[in-house]
Design a protein around this ligand. Sequence first.
Ligand SMILES: *[C@@H]1O[C@H](CO)[C@@H](O)[C@H](O)[C@H]1NC(C)=O
Ligand SMILES: *[C@@H]1O[C@H](CO)[C@@H](O)[C@H](O)[C@H]1NC(C)=O
Ligand SMILES: *[C@@H]1O[C@H](CO)[C@@H](O)[C@H](O)[C@H]1NC(C)=O
Length: 342
Amino acid sequence: MHALTALFLALPISALAGSHEPWAHRRRAQHWTRNEPVTFARRGVTYKLSDNFSGQALLDNFNFYNQADPTHGLVQYVDAQTAKNEGLAVVQDDGVVKLNVDSTTQLQAGQPRKSVRLESKKTYNSGLFIGDFFAMPTGCGTWPAYWTVNGNEWPNGGELDIIEGVNLNTDNQITAHTGPTCTLSGGHINAALGHLVSPTCTSSADSNSGCPWTPQGNASYGHNFNVQGGGVYAHLWDSTGISVWFFSRGSVPGDITSGNPDPSSWGQATAVFPNTDSCQTTKHFHDHTIVINTSLCGDWAGNAFNDGGKCTGTCDAWVADPSHFKYAHWAIASIKVYQPQN
Ligand SMILES: *[C@@H]1O[C@H](CO)[C@@H](O)[C@H](O)[C@H]1NC(C)=O
Ligand SMILES: *[C@@H]1O[C@H](CO)[C@@H](O)[C@H](O)[C@H]1NC(C)=O
Ligand SMILES: *[C@@H]1O[C@H](CO)[C@@H](O)[C@H](O)[C@H]1NC(C)=O
């Protein structure tokens, strides 16, 4: 779905330094069958907080990307100083980080609007990632995403979109993009709570819809997510694959809230990308940065702008009016990364 994300290849990712785990200890790919246990979070593993990205620490540990949007969004991503000066990245008194789209400047149709895109300074090869959001951008023209990517060798290093959608969508899409070849298979696929739209994760510049899952329920994205007070997207990435859980605000497990997360107690995941012979996740995903961005229009939101008939006219004209972006913000409680305790 990231049409032309290949262009991303040509762009510098400012920080790919960071943790790098040796792959020498990887377990062999496993075969999953319908008879195997349906959750593959290992029991008896204790996870310890390694990165607490909340409040000012969130802004300090992410780079502000300020190049052109590779997916042709009508956005101007701004640097940290501009974001601070113009109130586009704000730490509220309660510690919540707001990432806003400029909602004051009247533009001409076709001019880009200021927005922010954050990329973690650290890169990851595994971990338990818990993103807690009170709100996410929504509305005609918006294309928000919370995702992880190997920006240097897309699609070969993999991309995992944890939150992504456009315009007035009500369903989130949790999607993996990989190099050749990765097709999801096995019993875990049937057991997961979400709906698998397509099993083919292998992506290229010409064929980049990836393998999207849509969560169950109606609160996973956009307005419905926000009116419930948002929620938590947690994902566990280890040698058995990647599992993603969605919990709306009212159903966040107590062990997450208390800071002692135990994924083996969470029940079926929403979306799974198990490590199997048909998709060796241990090869396809490595050296990921965490990214949060809000694009406008562009290859997905722009092309789908009139779908469903609720966003009318052109996306370019819509973006010119600042009042349309009052609610196009992320309100981030925290992004926490935990690692298994040895
Ligand atoms: C995480 O960081 C926030 C903001 O600095 C702080 O309030 C909170 O206590 C920290 N949590 C832990 C578990 O260290
Ligand atoms: C969402 O689902 C809940 C429970 O199934 C239901 O009560 C509610 O009306 C739904 N909301 C919308 C906006 O569809
Ligand atoms: C964020 O940036 C990525 C890579 O540049 C792009 O593929 C994606 O479409 C953008 N999404 C948003 C929401 O800006």
